[in-house]
Design a protein around this ligand. Sequence first.
Ligand code: EPZ
Length: 432
Amino acid sequence: MDKLKITGGRRLSGHIPIGGAKNAALPLITASLLTDQPLSLENVPRLADIRTLCRLLSGHGVEIGDTDANANGAKPRGVRSMTLHAAHIRDTTAPYDLVRKMRASVLVLGPLLARCGEALVSLPGGCAIGTRPVDLHIAGLRKMGAEIDLQGGYIEARAPRGLIGAEILFPMVSVGATENLMMAATLARGETVLTNAAREPEVTDLARCLVAMGADISGIGTDTMRIVGRDRLHGARHIIVPDRIEAGTYAMAAAMTDGDVELLGMRLDLIQSVAASLRAAGVEMTETSGGLRVRRTGDLLEGVDVMTEPFPGFPTDLQAQIMALMTTARGAAMITETIFENRFMHVPELARMGANITVHHSSALVRGVGALTGAPVMATDLRASVSLVLAGLVGKGTTTLNRIYHLDRGYERLEEKLATCGADIERVKGEE
Ligand code: EPZ
C-alpha cells in the first residue's frame, strides 16, 4: 500500500486550487436517477468515492459520460465535467460490496423509490467514526407511504402507488436524511415539509440543482424546506459548489506552517464558522479576487475552544484538522465533538508525534507543546488521516503515513497541491 513521507519545517506559500465539494458531488450524482434526461455536472472532483458511486449508478443502468474518460490514461487536468443519463433504470439494487465501501451510496434509496417505486439497498453498516444508522431516512420514507422491510442486511423498499408528500420533523439534523427525503419528495404526490432540515452548503447545492431540473422547492438554505412534487423532472447543467472541507484543511495547513496561501475558487460564506475560530487563534482569512488568502496575524497561534455543530456551526469534518492546529498553539484548546460518537481516532496518533491531548467522553483538551516530532503514523478515516498530514508538515524530522487510501477518498492530488506550495511531501509506492 502507498505511503506518504513528509519532512516537516517548510512554510507553505502560494496558491491551492479548491475542487468541487465531494459531499455535494455524491448526492448530485444520485439525483440523476430522478429523470430520464441527461444531468450535466461541472467541477466534479477526481476522488475514489466518486468512482465508486459511478460504478454503482452504472449498475442501475445510468450512462455516464466523463471528460476524463477520454483522458486515455493521462493524468487529467482542469475542470472535470460529467454527464449522467438515466434514460432507463434496469436494476434497482445497490449491493453490499459497493455500499459498504461508500456509505453515501444509501443516497440512491430516495431517488430509486421515487422514480421506480422500488429499491433494494444494502444497509451501509457502520464505519470508523460511528454506527452511522439510517433510521431517519427510513422513517421519513415510511411517512411518505413507502413499505420498507429490513431483511438480511438490506433495505427492501416499495411504493407501487408512488410516494405521497408528508410533514417530516427530523429529531436531529441529518445531512443524508435531508438529501434522501428531499430528492424523494420532488416526485411525490403533494407537498412535503422537512422541518429541522440540514442547512449544509452541500444540501443547498443539491436543492438548487433539483430546482434547475424542474423541482418545486422553497426554504432552500433554511431548516424548513417545502417540496411540492412534480410528475417528472428534466435534465440540467450544474456547477458543483467548492469544497469547504478541502479549503478548511489547507487553510489550517497554511496556518500551522506560518505560511501564506491563497485558496483559489473558495468563498468566505461557505466557511464563516471556521474563519471565526481561526481568527480567534490568530489566523486571518481574507477574500481576494481569486478566492481566500490565509496567513497568521502574529508570531504564535492561540488555543481556542471549538464545538462541532450542524451548519452554520463548526463542521465536524474539520475537527481533526483544527485539533492538529491546536497541538502547537499557545495555551489550551477544548475540542468537543457533538455529531459523531467516535471521531477522536487521530488523538493517539497525534500523541505519538508528541501532542498533549486528554480525552474525556466527547471532549478533548489539547495543551499546546513547543513542537511535534515526526513519526510513523496510521491513517484510520478520511479526516483523521489528513490531520496527521498537517502534523507532519510541522513535525521535526520525517513522518510516514500508512494506509493513505483513506486520503484518496476525499482529497484530490493532496501531495501535489502541498508540494507546489513548498511542502516536503512525497507518495511512496508501497508493496501491494
Ligand atoms: C454527511 O454524512 C457527510 N457525508 C459527512 O462527511 C459529515 O461528517 C456528516 O454529513 C455531518 O456533517 C456526506 O455528505 C457524503 P448525518 P451523513 O446524517 O449524512 C446520526 C466526510 O468526512 N444519524 O448528518 O451520514 C449520525 O449517526 C464525511 O466527508 C442517525 O442517527 O451524516 C450522526 O451522529 C464523514 N440516523 C448524525 O446523525 C440517521 O438516519 C449526523 O449524521 C442519520 C444520521
